[in-house]
Write a new protein. Sequence first.
Length: 491
Amino acid sequence: MPPVLPRPRALVSAYLDRNPAERDALAGFLTTLDALGDPADLAALPGHITCGAVVVDRHRRVLHLRDEASGGIPLHPGGRVEAADAGLPATALRAVAEKAGIPASFLVLTSEFADAPIDIGVRDTAPDPLRGEPARRHYDVRFVFLLADDAPAPALPEEAADVVWLPFEEVPSPSLRRKLVASGPDGTVVPANASAIVHDGRGRYLLHLRDADKPWIWEPGCWALLGGGREPQDRSPYDTVVRELAEEAGLAVAGLEPYAVEHVVSTLGTRVPIQLFTGRWNGDPARLRLTEGVMLAWVRPEQFPHMTMLESTRELLERHAAEHPAPAGAFVGEEAGPSAAPSGTVPNVVGVHLYLERGGQVLLGLRHPDSAYAGGSWHVLAGHCEAEAATACLVREAYEEAGLVIDPADVDLVHTVHMRERPSAAPRVQLFFRARHWEGVPELREPDKCVAWQWWDAKDLPEPTVPYTRAALDGIRAGRAYTELGWTRHP
């Protein structure tokens, strides 16, 4: 079962912060939660604690079910917590699906309550001599969901007799009725999240690589847009996206404009409407103050299919790229034309290479036989530097090619090869960085480029090894910082 966030005790405490007058009535509930051996073990919750779903449609009505078991009294869908439920809201969502036939993907959390309860109902139950159960208090933790306009009509199981949609003022529970009337969710689904499509106007998009070791977050291990959920101080989705850009990356983008509203599925399975904004920025991601995730990088549309990202994110970016093509003649990073470089200057391609050493062995990858470069040869993990810092490129390539997570602060430049493979080829500067620390085990993330990762004795490299790679590894072992290859030397 995935981590339960927030845990029941914290969830109820937050509810009491908003409803302090109910603290005495819920004291027994807190005592019960405190007595649990593992607060995250939902299956340990006693039977007199249930979770209910308050489903609100756009006519300000609440879904209720009426059957023989309830004596004809209309009740909102609810049920006891099960071990497989990933949190208390998940119990309420399961009850809606099982008892009313409405999947979670047609329900939307409200911006006001999110995954916190709108109400906790309390009632005393009579003793049950047949079951040997004493009189006790029953607690019903109630979560509010908005019904999407395209939601299917409730599909009831055979034992359910009727569906009743009740206006707020007719909801049977006094406490729930009072809170619904006071908060006034009108059933209109509005974006509670906001994200930004940040591009440079030349075909590049600023993407955020999210943490892969946090399965409870949205899009773990994926490339995504910067953005997040609305907070109480945000007056609009625009306020949300501006705040999120500043908090996540210290980034301010001038001229942000609304682009579209997209819908995704949350970790709970509910629908999440996201207001998307678009704006231009052309700075260096390596200089941003990243506070969440692994890294930020400029990415071209042709790279999207080779990156780990949600299909919905890829389709969104491809649509935007088709609508905003790069100017003719421009290339990423600089403006084309005679002013791009001083007269007589020949651009040098910059390559970055990862030198990983473990117990006298170095990590090499076997290039795919059909690779356009060095097919069938052994090579260190490498890539071409784009309009980014070399260390940022190294970090990006290590994750994209092998799933390795490296902090740019943990790498050192240990060798440089300045080379020209043939007189007509562009000169290249090949930078080799040693990583002092890394996380993860090498994976085949791009099997069309690399078919195997293997550790080799640095003194006995395999054949064939890419020649300049062998020269660089020999130079590193010898303590040399620089190698030249392919240049004609004049006496």
